[in-house]
Design a protein around this ligand. Sequence first.
Ligand SMILES: Nc1ncnc2c1ncn2[C@@H]1O[C@H](COP(=O)(O)OP(=O)(O)OP(=O)(O)O)[C@@H](O)[C@H]1O
Ligand SMILES: [Mg+2]
Length: 270
Amino acid sequence: MHNQHPPHLPTQEVQIQRLQQELLQAQRMAALGELVGTTTHEFNNILMTILNYAKLGLRHKDDATRDKALSKIMAAAERAERITSSVLGMARNRNDDFAPTELQPLIEQSLILLEREMQKYRIAIRREFAEAPPVRAIGNQIQQVLLNLMTNARQAMPSGGEMVLSLTHDAEHGMVDLTVRDSGTGIARDQLPKIFDRYFTTKAGPDATGKGGTGVGLSACRDIVEAHQGRIRVESTVGKGTAFTVKLPICTESDQPQAAAAVTQLGVPQ
Ligand SMILES: Nc1ncnc2c1ncn2[C@@H]1O[C@H](COP(=O)(O)OP(=O)(O)OP(=O)(O)O)[C@@H](O)[C@H]1O
Ligand SMILES: [Mg+2]
């Protein structure tokens, strides 16, 4: 059968692989686009805070009010700085190599980007981080997985709730488990086998933040996790909530040399 294939054309398998790569890239661009929307909105809020406290400080001549205004302005500006370094970190890190990756800072960076959105929907965030060794991962892609899972969790809790992020070390299997748990609607039993299918969605369309409804989020997560030789699994109870667990392999000795350089590149830009 292979003999019949014209030599100048890529095989079907290669074509499929390319298309899958392109879809992943498109999903990454869509996620970045959504973030631009979110962060622009947040910057507007921050500017409003700064303007209002600047006005307050100008109107009131007493030291106490001026000090208060200045420290509010300072806090708002510091928040803006954290957001820009997180977005820049994501945009500049084009390193698509596997490298030893600490998951905790990756989770924190993703949270900075979604913090305000979570507040808006009255979602409390709980962290349960155990000591865990670095995993062998492409940082950007795992961040993409995290943003997808966190956005799904948020959308499953339209009237608030709790999102728990946990890290555990599964020493027996040489993996680190990363769990995103929500106290949301849960997933019906008959839908559970379909949620990782491409284009499966129960959402009518993008929500007020412009997210959701294409049904590619979880299929991209699965593709990324599988390319990492990891696993993704879901547990859900209708009316109680859902937990997605991503298992990623711990770095082995042989991963170290190539990776040492990559770790330094991962730092947040100045
Ligand atoms: N945490 C969750 N709680 C409840 N249902 C969920 C959760 N995560 C996923 N789902 C279900 O799985 C479906 C598929 O999720 P997926 O992220 O792939 O697509 P989507 O969120 O609908 O759209 P998008 O591609 O924009 O992310 C969702 O439409 C929803 O029905
Ligand atoms: Mg989604």
